[in-house]
Design a protein around this ligand. Structure first.
Ligand code: SF4
Ligand code: SF4
Length: 375
């Protein structure tokens, strides 16, 4: 595989979408829906949020107009790859009563493989984390069927969002692996182009069909500088050094109680999080008793019923449920999967209705743990 980057313009991005669609993919990318950038079906660059940016602060998200025609001038909205791969509301199996009175089950049809256009490096890293959850050791059918054949065109971030902290988590603003094509957009008053780098044989095949010119040294340096600058301008950070241990040492911290007074246990943070994977199943039958199915839906550790076992819930208080969520994300996930369950996308901060900030809470817990142990 050659990995030489090439230069694309908007027409070439449109051609790329066409080539990818022609390879049998359902093409999905950023679109504006209900005042937010979400991932939806895409047929050309005209469907993208052209000339749109976003403002994100704890508990606040607004779209704004840019003064240019940037195709990717915003960061992550509330949706990620998760709804497409760890899908919710999907049948795990379906069955029907047969003519002889017995019952036959059938596996739901395999979905069309998705191509993500404009997925961000943090969300690509989140797919890598969910791969470990759903495909490592055993293969989860719902996820595995959707994950096979995925094609990813990642867009590196040249303008960090207001709640992003991917630099601290090592997941951005530039993608380092897991993509088929990596694109960086360059736009100013005089020029508008995209540097595209193949990351797989499939990505190389797609780029080869576009007949694009190789990037010059100057163009490569310009992109490099933009990405270094984006990392430097990241407004938030999380010091992960010793954090899993510090959180484990904070189980009785009064900070949990203080957070619980603000937290509404609404579960927004788990719904928007690209790595959260809790789910439940529900069995459904039709009234005639002829059809039945088992459906898997997202659930959340913020729901009291999620930890219900015979006799009651293991985590009846918001205190216990927030503690479970943050401890799992930043500490016990490492024990389970060898890395943290957070990619620094900032969604849980933006979409928390009361603006609880995981970077602030984790830092406070770590500081208190250090003080208590006089480290
Ligand atoms: S915990 Fe928050 S910042 Fe981390 S991946 Fe989930 S939503 Fe993003
Ligand atoms: S931390 Fe925020 S988003 Fe998460 S459950 Fe509590 S109030 Fe909802």
């Amino acid at each position: 595989m050659t990995t030489a980057p090439v230069i694309l313009d908007r027409a070439a991005i449109d051609a790329m979408i066409g080539v990818i669609e022609g390879r049998g993919h359902r093409v999905v990318g950023p679109v504006v829906r209900s005042g937010a950038v979400v991932l939806g079906d895409l047929s050309s660059t005209a469907d993208l949020p052209v000339g749109i940016s976003d403002e994100q602060t704890p508990g606040r998200y607004r779209l704004t107009a840019r003064d240019d025609e940037a195709l990717f001038g915003y960061v992550v909205g509330p949706s990620s790859a998760k709804p497409f791969l760890h899908a919710t509301g999907v049948p795990v199996w379906q069955g029907e009563r047969t003519a002889d009175g017995s019952f036959a089950t059938r596996k739901p049809e395999a979905p069309t493989p998705v191509a993500f256009i404009g997925i961000r490096p943090c969300d690509l890293a989140a797919i890598g984390i969910q791969d470990k959850v759903f495909l490592n050791g055993y293969r989860d059918g719902v996820y595995g069927d959707r994950r096979e054949g995925v094609f990813s065109v990642v867009v590196n971030c040249v303008e960090p969002g207001g709640t992003c902290f991917c630099t601290s988590m090592g997941t951005g603003p530039r993608a380092s692996k897991g993509y088929d094509i990596a694109v960086t957009e360059v736009i100013d008053d005089e020029e508008h182009w995209f540097l595209a780098e193949p990351g797989s044989d499939a990505g190389q095949e797609v780029l080869a069909q576009l007949g694009a010119a190789p990037a010059s040294d100057d163009e490569r340096v310009r992109v490099e500088n933009l990405l270094v600058d984006a990392a430097d301008r990241m407004g938030r950070g999380l010091d992960t050094e010793g954090l899993p241990e510090a959180i484990k040492a904070s189980m009785e911290s009064p900070r949990w109680d203080e957070i619980a007074k603000r937290c509404m246990a609404c579960a927004n943070c788990t719904l928007v999080c690209p790595t959260c994977f809790c789910a439940t199943v529900e069995d459904e039958t039709d009234l005639a008793g002829l059809e039945a199915q088992r459906v898997r839906r997202w659930d959340s550790c913020f729901n009291e019923e999620f930890s219900y076992i015979h006799g009651g819930s293991l985590r009846p208080s918001t205190y216990a449920r927030y503690r479970q969520w943050l401890t799992h994300k930043l500490s016990t996930w490492v024990d389970q999967f060898g890395e943290m369950g957070c990619v620094g996308c900032g969604r849980c901060i933006t979409w928390c209705p009361v603006g609880i900030d995981i970077t602030v809470e984790a830092a406070a817990l770590a500081a208190a743990a250090k003080e208590a142990t006089h480290v």
